[in-house]
Design a protein around this ligand. Structure first.
Ligand SMILES: Nc1nc2c(c(=O)[nH]1)N[C@H]1C(S)=C(S)[C@@H](COP(=O)(O)O)O[C@H]1N2
Ligand SMILES: [Mo]
Length: 364
């Protein structure tokens, strides 16, 4: 156990703020990730929140503004449980950094992802009680944590389209895996936006505002935007760029790991795959020759919206150096880009290039 009750095998990138990811093998042990193995992505200190005096303000373009105590959320609204994978937009950034440097960002490998069984009130139920005005299009959220951004102290925040806010999977979550939300994951209440980048699942929620436009928070208008590979920090126009929402399709090989030596013959290759939005993983292909030829892998569990699925295949491996590659296809027939250089972007977001693992196959 390390800080915040995390498993000792987690790789801690920074202590302040606390940022840590799970090794791929540990993730593969269960479809629902135990809290102590769940990655942490913080931009500031973990706020200490008193549950008794906590209030969540719901305002903006609506008829009945609300101020909800934790007990209001747990008792007045239906208690709903949703299994959903949280995936950081910066997950797999390290592979983009191999293309060109991305200074000032956490160099996540592939473990900034985890699946929780989240319990809470539907955001849609709360917004129905508040009676949203026609004409509202976005819902914006602010957390209690204070973050240093561009020389200013701001609260972490962001927004999602009203339509997504009203979908039944979008929760004001107060429990993770059957226990109260741990402080580091947003106690007492966090937003859960399945299918979206992790950054939109705002922790330690303080206010919810229904409005006509997206949030003007730094983390909506400046960070978590996608720029083309040609954009450079010195010259980029921050007003341009695509605000990130739904995650793209992705797949990772968890076993064998980079640099491992495996015996010749049949090897078990395993990992996870996840489709963005409400799409499903339709197929996973694995290559043992750097992407020349492909073998369809078996999906080992019911493949449901909002959650990753695990896959596995057995491949005959010849002695010598070997490059394993994975790529998936989703229910919208979309697939992943081959080359990380083509999707490199200055903040290093949403890398979903083919995942490659170089191993050595021993002679006998
Ligand atoms: N208030 C607040 N919410 C936040 C963040 C944050 O720093 N502050 N980080 C976001 C990001 S970038 C991610 S990926 C997820 C991580 O959630 P976790 O730490 O519970 O795994 O929380 C999101 N919500
Ligand atoms: Mo993130």
């Amino acid at each position: 156990m390390t800080r915040f009750g995390k498993h000792a095998a987690l790789h801690v990138w920074t202590m302040e703020p606390f940022n840590a990811e799970s090794p791929p093998r540990l993730l593969l042990e269960s479809l629902v990730t135990p809290a102590e193995r769940f990655y942490v992505r913080n931009h500031g200190d973990v706020p200490e929140v008193n549950a008794a005096s906590y209030r969540l303000a719901v305002g903006g373009n609506l008829a009945r503004p609300l101020e909800l105590a934790l007990e209001d959320l747990t008792e007045r609204f239906a208690r709903v449980t949703v299994e959903a994978t949280l995936n950081c937009a910066g997950n797999r950034r390290s592979q983009l950094i191999e293309v060109a440097p991305i200074p000032g960002e956490v160099p996540w490998r592939d473990g900034a992802i985890g699946t929780g069984s989240w319990t809470g009130a539907r955001l849609g139920d709360v917004l129905a009680a508040a009676r949203v005005d026609p004409g509202a299009r976005h819902v914006s959220f602010v957390g209690l944590d204070e973050v240093e951004a561009d020389g200013h102290v701001v609260n972490f925040g962001g927004s999602i389209p009203l339509a997504k806010a009203l979908h039944p999977e979008t929760l004001l979550a107060y429990a993770l895996n059957g226990a109260a939300l741990p402080p580091v994951h947003g106690f007492p209440v966090r937003l859960l936006v399945p299918g979206y980048i992790g950054a939109r699942s705002i922790k330690w929620l303080s206010t919810i505002t229904v409005q006509a436009n997206p949030s003007t928070n730094y983390f909506q208008t400046r960070a978590y935007k996608l720029f083309p590979p040609s954009a450079r920090p010195e010259t980029v126009d921050w007003d341009k760029g695509v605000m990130l929402g739904e995650m793209p399709l992705n797949a990772v090989i968890c076993r064998p790991g980079h640099g491992e030596t495996v015996p010749r013959g049949e090897a078990l290759v395993e990992g996870w795959a996840i489709a963005g939005g409400d799409r499903l993983v339709a197929r996973v292909d694995v290559s043992r020759d750097g992407g020349e030829s492909w073998h369809e892998a078996e999906l080992t569990d019911a493949n449901r919206a909002w959650t990753w699925c695990f896959w596995r295949t057995r491949l005959e491996l010849e002695p010598g150096p070997c490059e394993l590659v994975v790529r998936a296809r989703d229910s919208a027939a979309d697939t992943q880009p081959e080359d990380p250089a083509k999707i490199w972007n200055l903040k290093g977001y949403v890398n979903n290039a083919w995942h490659r693992v170089r191993i050595t196959v021993a002679p006998s």
